[in-house]
Structures are given as structure tokens and as C-alpha cells.
Design a protein around this ligand. Structure first.
Ligand code: NAD
Length: 264
């Protein structure tokens, strides 16, 4: 199977680092024209420079926009009117005590992890439907299914993404547009990598040992006994965005290293 995206424009939100960056790189390698998005001028410029060095023939555009706000989403839409592929990846998580958390923390996380994707889908899907082809992917998490007790708010946002993704797939059924969710497990991205690095320094152990401790205590059901790489997550996204994946819509696809102990 040879996946090709020549002539397709892709937006990957939150793509200056981590999983989003790997998805952007993978889509560009397969010929897509890719929009890199992040909040800061400098981070977007650095990502663009590095990606252009790596893939000199690829076409990248940078858009600085904080998609956790309606204004930021509007700025992205103004800069990029149409897209064939939309990957709603921007998101974050904080370890927090449920009983100490304020309403504003729940709402802020919902704005970033859920509303950024809702707004982008509302803007970009009608054009895809009109053109008869489109791919929308929500980067959810295994935490959507196995809600972590130290991040209930995060679990809630990731489950909400599954609802939005499935609902949109129903809405655009038969149009040539597919909508799916991808559920990564613990992945060596920027945020989790930094967390493991800090834990390792604090405890005087290696990052690899910190990751193993995390898996043993927090994700003991892992079948691969390691963090996934951002590239492994990206590979699933690239497949699901391909023309070859036209038979899959409304699905929740796991790249969780088998953490979720369920067959379906
Ligand atoms: P990361 O922090 O390493 O990278 C996130 C990227 O999004 C960065 O480029 C950051 O600058 C950007 N970003 C953050 N807030 C933004 C905003 N408001 N507007 C625009 N850009 C913004 O994170 P990651 O681990 O790669 O996570 C990416 C997605 O994958 C998230 O939705 C996350 O919930 C999901 N996920 C991650 C893991 C994991 O273990 N790393 C597991 C499951 C799901």
C-alpha cells in the first residue's frame, strides 16, 4: 500500500511538538501540503525551519493561533480557508486533585481539548462535503475509556471527543468525508517526555526507569511495556487520513500499547 496525499491540504493543530509534529511530518512525507499550528511565533518558526530542512520539497505553512479560544480558532480559519484533512490534535493534561479544582480549570481544559476541535470541524467539514472528500481525526486518548483518577477532567474531555467524532461521522455519512478518533496510550511526546525527565532528575534515576515506574504504577495493563513513540501514533493517523482508509468512519482506533483490556 502506498499512501499519497499529493494535492491535499492538511491542518494539524498543535503541531510544533509531540504527536502533532510527528503527524505533520508524516503527512508531508506522503505529499500533503501541511499547516503547522502553535501558540507562539518562535515555536512555529522553529518547527517550520526544522521541517523544511528535513523535507525540502514539502509545502508547509505556519499559523500562530491559540485554538483554545474562539478568537484563535477564527484566526486559523482566516489564515486557512479550506482543508482536505483536519487533525484536531492540540490538547493538554494536568495532574490535579478533583476536590481542589476550580470550575475555571475544567472549562479551560474543555475549551482546548474539545471546543478547538468542534470549532475547526464546524468550519472545515462543509467544504470537504461539498468537494466530496475529506478526513477528520480527533486525537483522543486511552484516558477516554480508562478515566485516570488524577485527571478526571482530562478523561472527560477525551470521552467528549469520542462523542463529537462519532456524531460527526453520522452527520456526514455517505459524503466521502470520514471522521475518526485515535486513542494513543502513554507516548514519548514533549509534555510526557519532559514530565518523565523531571521525575528522573528528582529521583536520581534514568528517564527509561522513570517511564518503567510510570507504566508499572499507572498503566500496569500495557502489553508493550514501553511508551509508544510519536511516530507510531502518527502512522495510524496517516493511514486513517488516506484514500485507502475510506471504509473506516466513526471509529475509535487505539495506539495504546494494549493498555485498555478490552477486545472491542
Ligand atoms: P505536547 O505537549 O507534547 O504537544 C502539544 C502541542 O500542541 C505543542 O506543539 C503545543 O505547543 C501545542 N498546543 C498546546 N496548546 C495549544 C493551543 N492552545 N493552541 C495551539 N497549539 C497548542 O502534547 P502531546 O503529548 O503530543 O499531545 C498531543 C495530543 O495527544 C493531545 O490532544 C493529548 O491529549 C493527546 N494524547 C497524548 C498522550 C501522551 O502520552 N503524550 C496520550 C494520549 C493522548
Amino acid at each position: 500500500m502506498k499512501i499519497e496525499f499529493q494535492g491535499r491540504k492538511a491542518i494539524v493543530t498543535g503541531s510544533t511538538a509531540g504527536i502533532g509534529r510527528a503527524i505533520a511530518e508524516g503527512l508531508a512525507r506522503a505529499g500533503a501540503s501541511v499547516v503547522i499550528n502553535g501558540r507562539g511565533e518562535e515555536r512555529v518558526a522553529t518547527a517550520l525551519r526544522e521541517l523544511r530542512e528535513l523535507l525540502p520539497d514539502a509545502d508547509f505553512q505556519g499559523v500562530v493561533a491559540d485554538v483554545s479560544t474562539a478568537e484563535g480558532s477564527a484566526a486559523l480559519e482566516a489564515a486557512v480557508k479550506d482543508a482536505d484533512i483536519l487533525v484536531n490534535n492540540a490538547g493538554t493534561a494536568h495532574v490535579s486533585g478533583f476536590f481542589e479544582q476550580k470550575d475555571s480549570e475544567w472549562l479551560d481544559l474543555f475549551q482546548l481539548n474539545v471546543m478547538s476541535g468542534v470549532r475547526a470541524a464546524r468550519h472545515y467539514i462543509p467544504g470537504m462535503v461539498k468537494r466530496g472528500w475529506g478526513r477528520v481525526v480527533f486525537i483522543s486518548s486511552e484516558s477516554a475509556v480508562a478515566i485516570p483518577k488524577e485527571m478526571i477532567d482530562y478523561g472527560m474531555t477525551k470521552t467528549a471527543q469520542l462523542a463529537v467524532s462519532r456524531g460527526l461521522a453520522e452527520l456526514v455519512g455517505g459524503t466521502g468525508v470520514t471522521v475518526n478518533a485515535v486513542l494513543p496510550g502513554p507516548t514519548r511526546s514533549e509534555i510526557l517526555g519532559n514530565w518523565m525527565k523531571a521525575t528522573a532528575q528528582e529521583q536520581g534515576i534514568t528517564q527509561g526507569e522513570a517511564e518503567q515506574n510510570f507504566l508499572k504504577t499507572m498503566r500496569p495493563t500495557t502489553l508493550i511495556n514501553r511508551f509508544t513513540t510519536t511516530e507510531e501514533v502518527a502512522n495510524m493517523v496517516i493511514y486513517i487520513c488516506s484514500t485507502q482508509a475510506a471504509g473506516t468512519s466513526g471509529a475509535a482506533l487505539r495506539v495504546d500499547g494494549g493498555v485498555i483490556r478490552s477486545i472491542t
